[in-house]
Design a protein around this ligand. Structure first.
Ligand SMILES: [Zn+2]
Length: 362
């Protein structure tokens, strides 16, 4: 049995194109601000225009959620029915409520993330303005036309350049490291700060953010549908799908079979961490089945032994070996845990260092 991870649909692609266009329009607005030499009135007008692009984006994403999340949910109900040769359940009031909640949650998350764009660009503008005003004042005071080899006009040109192309060289030693970083991120179109699973805050550009939201929301809809269908049809076992290139967070779970209600002896209870999506952009899905079905295809004992063990699979070929009862040579979860813990410690240390540096700068 082979089930691919959640597919990317034409509707997702249409949304992604919309995000791309919005990204281009935003960059055009940002360059226009730079050319007006950061006069406050121009900046305010530009920020209003930027906000209207953001609002359009939020509306588009909301419309996508309303249509595509119920569709993803239905698709997973059909898949569960097909895999277990049962009838596709009707879209009941419970399903409606589940999907509505997911739409609301996605909309809240997206609105919060998108509404951070304008303030983040605005802060960059203000800091650039202030840097140039300071340079101008220094020039007047010194009346020499040059401050540390940087005339205000040259500084203005460099900042404009950085906003358009992200050039680092011209900024070195002339503006603060923070401002240089902000200008570069703005030039790269990275406006959205997101706290990632490893505790790091990363700036996403619009297309990357769009991919993250659509994929995660779609797989949440699929996960909700799978669990709901399993409960309704009395399917107690849940298999976590297997795909190549799975991340270290998912590998300990993939290919395992869990008991949803503890009704199937010998299978571990489904832990909440194993519910897909396991993390943002996770491509895994939950595939409900029964002990009878596994018995019928002769894999019950092998799958049970694997699910109770600390062995893991990293691709489909290894999983086929598990199904045939040949899981002896497979790696153990412990080795993976050790690698993951080391990565976590490193990430935490780096975050602490960054925080201390920021505090020093403030
Ligand atoms: Zn995953």
């Amino acid at each position: 049995m082979r089930v691919e991870s959640i597919p990317w649909t034409t509707q997702d692609q249409a949304l992604l194109r919309f995000y791309r266009t919005a990204g281009r329009r935003l960059r055009a607005k940002i360059s226009a601000v730079a050319l007006s030499d950061f006069q406050a009135a121009y900046t305010d007008a530009r920020l209003t225009e930027i906000q209207s692009i953001v609002d359009e984006l939020a509306a588009k994403q909301k419309a996508w959620s309303r249509v595509e999340l119920p569709r993803a949910y239905r698709a997973e109900q059909r898949l569960t029915a097909q895999l277990n040769a049962i009838e596709v359940p009707l879209f009941s009031a419970i399903d409606r409520r589940t999907v509505d909640m997911l739409i609301a949650r996605t909309t809240t998350d997206v609105t919060e993330a998108l509404q951070s764009i304008t303030p983040s660009i605005g802060r960059t503008f203000i800091e650039a303005q202030q840097t140039m005003i300071t340079a101008e004042q220094l020039k007047t005071q010194i009346a020499a036309g040059l401050v540390e080899g940087t005339a205000p006009r040259e500084l203005s040109r460099n900042i404009r350049e950085a906003l358009r192309t992200g050039a680092r060289q011209q900024l070195r030693g002339k503006v603060s490291v923070e401002l240089a970083g902000q200008l570069q991120q703005t030039a790269r179109g990275q406006y959205i700060s997101i706290m990632c699973r490893d505790g790091k805050i990363r700036r996403y550009d619009l297309t990357r953010y769009c991919r993250l939201v659509t994929k995660t929301a779609r797989s949440q809809a699929a996960g909700d549908a799978a669990l709901q269908s399993a409960r309704r049809a009395g399917l107690d076992l849940i298999r976590i799908s297997v795909h190549i290139g799975a991340c270290p967070l998912c590998i300990p779970f993939q290919g395992n079979m869990y008991s949803l209600n503890g009704d199937t002896p010998g299978f571990p209870l489904m832990p909440p961490e194993a519910q897909t999506p396991i993390h943002a952009s996770c491509g895994h899905r939950m595939l409900p089945t029964t002990a009878e079905a596994l018995e019928a295809d002769g894999t019950l004992e092998n799958v049970r032994a694997f699910s109770k063990s600390d062995r893991v699979v990293t691709d489909m070929k290894q999983y086929q070996a598990v199904l045939r009862g040949k899981s002896k040579g497979l790696p153990r979860v412990k080795t993976l845990d050790a690698a993951r813990d080391a990565a976590k410690v490193r990430a935490r240390e780096a975050a602490t260092k960054r925080f201390r540096r920021l505090r020093k700068a403030a």
